[in-house]
Design a protein around this ligand. Sequence first.
Ligand code: XMP
Ligand code: MG
Length: 187
Amino acid sequence: MAKSLTIPPLTEDLAQVLIDADTINRRVTELAIQINNDYRDITEPLILIGVLKGSFIFLSDLCRKLTIPHVVDFIAISSYGNKGEVQGNVRMLMDIREDMAGRDVLIVEDILDSGNTLAYLQRNFATRGAKSVRIATFLDKPERHKIDLKLDYMGFTIPDVWVVGYGLDYKEKYRTLPYIAEMYPVH
Ligand code: XMP
Ligand code: MG
């Protein structure tokens, strides 16, 4: 018989689990139900655009709960340095392969912080003739917003702390933890 899996434990960098895997799973199901309902009448597949790398786990969980026609694509952008510091400048490093003209687009993001990234993407996609551009973000840090954005689908609101897990990293560490953990402040 296979042994059961244990949950990866917190390391000394991590203060606490903020959102556990079961809670995440239930919330992603709720978001998928909302999306399935909102896009129930679409004729052409919805283009889900994951923002690499942080959104890859949220996107994989979400798309497997969707019953509407959809395709998956990814973009890579640069806005944050490796140390996690904010850089207001957003740049496209890798674009999607699909033509988005006349299509419904859902941007899938790990976390909304200042709003720079999502504002840039919304503008960029609108100029490329997308029929609609909506946003699904797994986490939101309202205290850090610098730009007002309408979030169509949002998983959880969190305080202004650095979080890792479920796609989110600190210098590439902790990205694949199955829960969201709060890091101790780094000096
Ligand atoms: P903006 O400021 O453009 O930033 O809304 C969004 C991007 O900032 C990163 N970010 C985080 N990444 N833990 C992370 O691992 C965090 O607590 C965090 N806060 C912001 C993330 O890349 C997001 O896409
Ligand atoms: Mg990101």
